[in-house]
Design a protein around this ligand. Sequence first.
Ligand code: ADP
Ligand code: NI
Length: 214
Amino acid sequence: MDESIEVAALAYVKEFFAGDATGHDVWHTVRVYRTALAIGATEPAADRRLVGIATLLHDVDDRKLGGDANRLPNATGFLQAHGATAAEVAAVTGIIRQVSFKGRDSTVPDTLEGRIVQDADRLDAIGAIGIARAFAYGGAHGRPLWDPEERPRENMTAAEYCARQGDTIAHFHEKLLLLKGMMNTAEGKRLAEARDAYLREFLQEFIAEWQGIR
Ligand code: ADP
Ligand code: NI
């Protein structure tokens, strides 16, 4: 597995995510890839190639896109078709399995590379991009912007989190506002600061406008 596999992986994800309108388009993967490499550059012990390829493939078996997040057939098939060894397939799929947010059952990846990919993925869920993605996801799933009579549910299990069909503002409380405190790396924490502040400012403004204060 050399760096040319990343070129092939980029072409693969472009094709794979074509037409997605749930916030999981190929540009999500491209942004997370850039961020993961930037965080990786601050972590000298990280295996750059592993960070790169795991990031490029991290959503191709996503449950929300109808994938099988346990067996990861798409990532595994891609890697095998491009000459990855069994150990490399295990390393990459091991990372992908640990990255996703699942309420209180989220895991801290046991490898540095996994922690980097997870931070980069989570950074794309906050800040201006995160706000845009949340409302895109909500719209694609027919959810209201906000239901002021609904209370956000904190501390959900993985099953509860996955079954939840709340309004998009509830999702801010149930996931997005928690992410800053869940960053693994020093650079991830640093990058999360401004993005988290932007989220909070947006929420204040949204609610003020809703109530007719502005
Ligand atoms: P990621 O690609 O970061 O692992 P997810 O697969 O959990 O994230 O979700 C993709 C995007 O959709 C993220 O920006 C996330 O915040 C958003 N999203 C997921 N669930 C909801 C929801 N119930 N309401 C609004 N946005 C959501
Ligand atoms: Ni992702």
